[in-house]
Design a protein around this ligand. Structure first.
Ligand code: GCW
Length: 709
C-alpha cells in the first residue's frame, strides 16, 4: 500500500512540475488536425464566423462527421463551441446540398460535380453567414475540412469564395502491408491493419486514418501489398476488409485490394490462371460477386503482374491487356475498376528504363474502359530524381494513374527529411510534349496513387516531417495545380506553428530538402546507387547481384573513360520513347538539363559543365553541396526551437543529426568509390573521405527496416 501511495504522489508531483502542464503533450498523433488554440486575434475572427453549425437533418453519417469535425475544430481553435442547429444566427456555418439549400441561396451546383465544394460568404435571411455547399454529403465533409484549413491558414473568413473540384476521380493510398503486419518498405512500425483482431475490433485509429484522408480528399485505400498473397481474397479476409469499409464509408474512403493473379489456382484449385480460360473467368466473376455482397462500394483491384516474380498473364502466353480485361469484366457489373501496374522489367532487357513503355505502349486502346494503367512517376523506381515516365502522354486511349512513393525507400527512410511535394510537383508539371491538348503530365492522368508511409508509430509516418508527404500527396492529388511550397506552409501552420517567421523558415528548410538528398545521394542524374535489398546507404560498387539490372554499376556505368548511362540513340535509345521534340533535346548532352545529364548520357570525366568545372569536379562539388544543405537545414531547425513544442522539436532535431551524419557517409563513400574508378585526384581543396573505400564497402545492415529477412 505504502509503495503505491508513494508512487502515486510521485506521479502527481511530476505531472505538476511538467512544463507543458495544461497543454496536451504533442506526440504527432493528431497530424494536421490538432486544432490547438489560435493566436488571440485570429481566435476572434474565427469564432465570429463559426457561431453555429447548421446541417441538413437527419444527417447522414457523412454529414454527422462533418458537423463533429467543425465543432471539434472550432472549439479547439477558439475555445468556444459553436451551437449546433437552431434558428439561423449571424456567423453561422451552413452546410447545404441542392436538396437542403436554404431559401435565397443560388449557386451553380452543376459546377461542383459529385465531390467538389464551395465555401461562400453569403447574406441569408438578413444574416451574414458562410455556406459550405456540395452536391453530396461527402462533398460537405470535404468542404468542412477545407473551411477548417482556411481558418488555420489565415484566410479572410468574412469574404470567402472558394470553389474546388478534383480533376482526378481516384486519389488513392496504396499500402504495401502484408497479412503478418510487416510492411514492405515501411519505416513507421507495423501495419496499422490489425488483421488478427479484425473484424471484431474496429480500432479508433481506423477512424482517425479516415478523417486524415478525408481532410485531403483521398478517396480510397488499397489495403494490402502489391506483392500479394491470395489469402487476402478469402472469406475471412474479405470480412476484415468489409469492417474497414464500414468504418470509412462516412468519410468517402473506399476499400481496394491487391489481387494475386494466380489466385484461381491457389484458392480455387484450378489447373490454370489463363485469363482466357472460361473456368478462370467464372472464378473471378464469382469472387467479384462475393466481394460486392460484403462491400457494396468496393473500389476495385490493384495488380502487379509479371514483375519481380509476381504471376501474370504472360505465363499463359497472354498480354497485360488480356489479364486486365478479364478482371475488368468481373468488376464491371459492380462498377469496380482494375488498376494494372506498368512496373515491369526483364532480366534480359537492354535497358530497364525502357521496358515499361516497350510492353505497354503498344497496348494503348486495347484495355477495357474500367482498366487504369498505373505508372510510376519515373521509368526506373522511385529514385530521388528521375525524368517523368515516357508512358505519360503516350497512351491517349488508356486512362493512366500516376504512382508516387510516399514511403522513402530510396530517400533515406523516415530518418532523412525529404519533403516530396517538389518531386510530385515536378512530375505533375512536366511537359510531355505530346501535343493533344494540355501536354503536362497532370493532364495525361485520371488517377493518382501514393505508396503509403503509414504504420503503427504514434506519429503515423515514422517521423513528424514525413507526414507532410502524406499531406502533400493528398492535396496535390485533389488539385494537381497547387504549388508544393504553398502546400508545405499550410501543413506547417496546422502541424507546428502559425508564427510567421517560423512558418517561413520551416518552409525554406522543407523546400530545399529533396534537392539536398539528390545532391548527397545521386547528383546529376545518377540513380540506384543504394545498398542491396534494403536500399539503405551508398553502395555504388555493387556488381555481383544475380540480375544485371539490380546492380548499381549497371546504372552508373562509371569507368576510366567516364560515367553515366547512355540512353541516347548511340546507346540504348530509351530517349526515343519520349515525344520527338523532347527526345531530340535529351539526346544531346548540350541540351539535356544537368539534373538529368548522367541519366541519359555517358560522358568523359573531363566533360565541361555549365559551372566551368569538369564533370569530375562538379560531381564532387554536388556531393559536398548536399552535405552543406543538410547542415543548413539543421541550423534552420535549431532556429525555430521557440516556435515548436519541445518534444517534437527534439525528435526532428535528432533525425536531422542522423541525416547529416549519413549525408556525409553518402558523400564520402561515393567520392571514394568514383575516385577509385576515375583514377583522378580530388579537386583542389576537397576534403578527402573520412574512411577507406574498403571500410565503406564492409558496412552491413542486416536488420534494416522495411525489407524483411
Ligand atoms: O522499388 C521496388 C521495391 C519493391 C516493390 C517494387 C514494386 C512492392 O523495392 O519492394 O515491391 O518496387 O513497386 O512493385
Amino acid at each position: 500500500m505504502k509503495i503505491w501511495a508513494r508512487a502515486l504522489a510521485g506521479w502527481w508531483l511530476a505531472a505538476l512540475l511538467h512544463p507543458a502542464l495544461g497543454a496536451p503533450v504533442e506526440d504527432g498523433y493528431d497530424l494536421w488536425l490538432r486544432y490547438r488554440p489560435l493566436p488571440a486575434a485570429l481566435q476572434q475572427a474565427v469564432a465570429a464566423r463559426a457561431t453555429q453549425v447548421l446541417a441538413p437533418a437527419p444527417g447522414s453519417a457523412s454529414v454527422q462527421a462533418a458537423v463533429q469535425e467543425l465543432v471539434r475544430g472550432v472549439t479547439g481553435l477558439t475555445g468556444r463551441a459553436p451551437r449546433v442547429g437552431g434558428p439561423l444566427r449571424p456567423g453561422a456555418l451552413v452546410l447545404a446540398t441542392p436538396a437542403t439549400a436554404p431559401s435565397g441561396l443560388t449557386l451553380a451546383w452543376a459546377d461542383l460535380g459529385r465531390e467538389g465544394y464551395w465555401l461562400r460568404s453569403e447574406r441569408l435571411q438578413g444574416r451574414r453567414v458562410t455556406v459550405i455547399a456540395a452536391n453530396s454529403d461527402v462533398g460537405l465533409l470535404y468542404g468542412s475540412f477545407a473551411w477548417l484549413r482556411a481558418a488555420q491558414t489565415g484566410a479572410d473568413l468574412a469574404r470567402l469564395d472558394e470553389r474546388s473540384v478534383p480533376r482526378l476521380s481516384l486519389r488513392l493510398l496504396n499500402h504495401w502491408d502484408n497479412l503478418d503486419r510487416t510492411v514492405e518498405r515501411g519505416y513507421a512500425g507495423a501495419s496499422i491493419w490489425d488483421w488478427w483482431k479484425l473484424p471484431a475490433l474496429r480500432d479508433a485509429r481506423y477512424t482517425d486514418y479516415a478523417r486524415a484522408n478525408a481532410s485531403l480528399g483521398i478517396n480510397g485505400a488499397v489495403l494490402n501489398n502489391v506483392n500479394a498473397k491470395a489469402e487476402s481474397l478469402t472469406a475471412p479476409y474479405l470480412a476484415k476488409a468489409a469492417a474497414l469499409a464500414d468504418v470509412w464509408r462516412p468519410y468517402g474512403v473506399r476499400v481496394y485490394l491487391s489481387a494475386r493473379f494466380s489466385a484461381p489456382k491457389e484458392l480455387g484449385g484450378l489447373p490454370t490462371a489463363d485469363p482466357l480460360d472460361p473456368a478462370v473467368r467464372a472464378w473471378w466473376q464469382a469472387k467479384a460477386d462475393e466481394i460486392y455482397r460484403l462491400i457494396p462500394d468496393f473500389g476495385g483491384l490493384l495488380v502487379k503482374a509479371n514483375s519481380e516474380g509476381q504471376p501474370g498473364p504472360q505465363e499463359h502466353g497472354r498480354s497485360h491487356a488480356d489479364g486486365a480485361n478479364m478482371l475488368a469484366a468481373a468488376l464491371a457489373p459492380h462498377g469496380g475498376v482494375v488498376l494494372w501496374r506498368a512496373f515491369v522489367y526483364e532480366p534480359e532487357a537492354r535497358d530497364r528504363a525502357a521496358q515499361g513503355y516497350a510492353e505497354f505502349q503498344p497496348l494503348d486502346g486495347r484495355f477495357a474502359p474500367n482498366v487504369i494503367v498505373q505508372v510510376k512517376n519515373g521509368p526506373i523506381d522511385f529514385q530521388p530524381r528521375e525524368p517523368f515516365h515516357p508512358l505519360f502522354g503516350a497512351m491517349p486511349r488508356t486512362p493512366l494513374a500516376l504512382e508516387v512513393q510516399l514511403t522513402k525507400e530510396y530517400l533515406g527512410f523516415s530518418t532523412h527529411l525529404a519533403y516530396l511535394g517538389p518531386l510530385f510537383e515536378e512530375v505533375l508539371r512536366a511537359d510531355t510534349h505530346h501535343t493533344a491538348g494540355d501536354p503536362r503530365v497532370s493532364r495525361q492522368i485520371s488517377a493518382m496513387a501514393g505508396v503509403a508511409n503509414i504504420g503503427t508509430d504514434r506519429n503515423w509516418c515514422g517521423s513528424h516531417m514525413d507526414c507532410a508527404n502524406w499531406y502533400a500527396f493528398g492535396r496535390l492529388a485533389w488539385d494537381t495545380d497547387l504549388g508544393a511550397e504553398a502546400v508545405a506552409r499550410e501543413w506547417i501552420r496546422q502541424t507546428f506553428t502559425t508564427e510567421p517567421r517560423a512558418v517561413a523558415d520551416i518552409g525554406v528548410l522543407m523546400a530545399d530538402s529533396r534537392e539536398a538528398v539528390v545532391d548527397y545521394m545521386t547528383p546529376l542524374g545518377l540513380h540506384h546507387l543504394m545498398g542491396t535489398g534494403h536500399h539503405h546507404g551508398p553502395a555504388p560498387w555493387v556488381d555481383n547481384l544475380e540480375r544485371a539490372d539490380w546492380n548499381p554499376v549497371y546504372f552508373h556505368r562509371a569507368a576510366r573513360d567516364g560515367i553515366g548511362f547512355d540512353r541516347s540513340p548511340r546507346g540504348s535509345n530509351a530517349v526515343g520513347q519520349y515525344a520527338p521534340a523532347l527526345a531530340a533535346r535529351w539526346a544531346d548532352p548540350a541540351t539535356t538539363p544537368e539534373p538529368l545529364l548522367l541519366w541519359f548520357h555517358h560522358l568523359p570525366w573531363e566533360h565541361r559543365m555549365a559551372s566551368g568545372r569538369t564533370l569530375w569536379a562538379e560531381l564532387v562539388a554536388r556531393y559536398d553541396r548536399g552535405v552543406e544543405r543538410v547542415a543548413a537545414m539543421r541550423t534552420r531547425w535549431a532556429g525555430v526551437r521557440d516556435a515548436v513544442d519541445a518534444r517534437r522539436h527534439a525528435e526532428v532535431a535528432a533525425y536531422l543529426a542522423v541525416q547529416e551524419d549519413e549525408a556525409r557517409w553518402w558523400r564520402d563513400a561515393c567520392v571514394a568509390y568514383f575516385q577509385s574508378v576515375s583514377g583522378l585526384p580530388l579537386p583542389p581543396g576537397t576534403r578527402p573521405p573520412a574512411e577507406s573505400l574498403e571500410a565503406y564497402k564492409s558496412r552491413r545492415f542486416r536488420f534494416a527496416p522495411g525489407h524483411g529477412g
